[in-house]
Ligand binder design. Structure first.
Ligand code: XMP
Length: 400
């Protein structure tokens, strides 16, 4: 039988190891305010007191006012860390300009992030960079599912040669639930230990395809609405995703329409299926798929009744994604406006233990339709609001 994870033992061994590795050298720690990086900071604090440099790179892809909120959170007890914020928005926008493909976006993000971190480490005379990479990050990156922004050494990237620092990753063997146990053991505030995850590349991976400042601004506003409405709904990770309203014409949408109509007992000519031109990341049989996304729109008269039966929608999603292997996600229309705007907005809500797989959380129709109403009222460029009914697999948690 496997021995249960012991947070105390883990912390003690990391404290010893960090102390002996660093000796008298100075270290910088990259913090995003999430549970992984902040727990790393708490371990460092235990190992070497406050003689390390906590730094947050403001990528421009965090949520509204997030860098400032994180700064305040870290200044509060028990950590009391003076976080340095480095502004990097322009460099990131420039690096991502015109890139459509999800993996290329992720690699451009990683390169910009570590170039800035390398420059900062040099300025602060730090030989070491500590970061909160956890097991699923490198497992998925090595497995070719997606390039997580914080996986370098495991992919053969020599950080000392390329960026001038040696990496220390105290949490690299842990899964998210174990990191939370460590955070609780170290008495990090619950605001941090129970914080829903937010990926390092932030809104880059939720702003599907090319990014421009208008699209990003719309996504930030929608993210705020979705997070406020979903925070007490018992879902572990929840967020908004933006897609462009560009669709393919062809047999695929007809095939999906017929299958969905049969499964949902709706007349096929009453259903509209839109297959988006933009692609999203998925995983089928442990392999990465960069696949298509379909939105199913049933008539208004049936929408609420069917929308309340989330297990049924997930079953239909399963039939659709297995019958049409080029598909990785199925979305269910919650509400729309008559005039077509530039974007569709997707609400994603999942529950998971280890993030290697994830279930769709059943959000009530009442909450979904309120979110959709708020979004359609606040943002005129958005004309459709969908609910993502795809588990992982065949989708991943994030769209890219
Ligand atoms: P996926 O999309 O791979 O997400 O199913 C699993 C979990 O990992 C988060 N995620 C990331 N976290 N850097 C991170 O720090 C990344 O590049 C990254 N990509 C995904 C995602 O939000 C989810 O919690």
């Amino acid at each position: 039988m496997e021995t249960p994870f012991q947070a105390e033992e883990f912390v003690n061994s990391q404290v010893r190891e960090i102390g002996s590795r660093l000796g008298k050298e100075m270290a910088m720690i990259a913090i995003s305010g999430g549970v992984d990086s902040t727990t790393c900071a708490a371990i460092m604090h235990r190992a070497i007191g406050s003689s390390f440099k906590p730094i947050l790179i403001d990528t421009g892809f965090m949520r509204l006012k997030e860098p400032e909120k994180v700064r305040k959170m870290l200044l509060a007890p028990p950590l009391r860390l003076p976080l340095k914020i480095v502004r990097g928005k322009r460099s990131f926008m420039k690096a991502l300009d015109g890139i459509e493909n999800a993996e290329e976006k992720r690699k451009a993000f990683r390169e910009t992030m570590y170039t800035i971190l390398g420059e900062s480490a040099k300025k602060e005379r730090c030989k070491y960079l500590v970061q909160g990479t956890i097991a699923p990050d490198w497992i998925e990156t090595k497995g070719g599912i997606k390039t997580q922004h914080n996986v370098l050494e495991q992919m053969g990237i020599k950080t000392l040669e390329k960026y001038g620092f040696t990496l220390i990753e105290p949490l690299a063997s842990l899964y998210k639930d174990q990191v939370r146990q460590v955070a609780r053991y170290l008495k990090v505030s619950t605001q941090i230990s129970e914080r829903p995850p937010f990926p390092g590349p932030g809104l880059v991976v939720r702003c599907v395809g090319r990014i421009d400042s208008r699209k990003l601004g719309v996504l930030k506003t929608a993210t705020d609405i979705v997070e406020r409405r979903l925070k007490d709904q018992g879902t572990q990770q929840y967020f908004a995703v933006i897609l462009e309203n560009q669709f393919e014409n062809g047999e695929l949408s007809t095939g999906i329409r017929e299958l969905a109509a049969k499964s949902l007992s709706v007349k096929s000519d009453e259903i509209v299926v839109r297959v988006f031109l933009q692609r999203a990341t998925g995983v089928k049989g442990d392999e990465r798929v960069y696949g298509k996304v379909a939105g199913i729109c049933v008539p208004e008269t049936n929408r609420e009744t069917l929308g309340n039966d989330v297990p049924k929608l997930i079953e239909v999603e399963g039939q659709v994604t297995s019958s049409f292997p080029e598909l990785v996600r199925v979305l269910y229309l919650v509400d729309n406006r008559v005039r077509q705007g530039r974007y569709s907005l997707v609400v994603r809500a999942v529950s998971t233990r280890d993030f290697m797989t994830a279930d769709v959380t059943s959000v009530s129709w009442d909450v979904l339709s309120r979110i959709a109403r708020d979004i359609l009222k606040a943002i005129r460029e958005i004309s459709c609001v969908y609910y993502d009914v795809t588990p992982k697999p065949p989708a991943t948690v994030e769209f890219e």
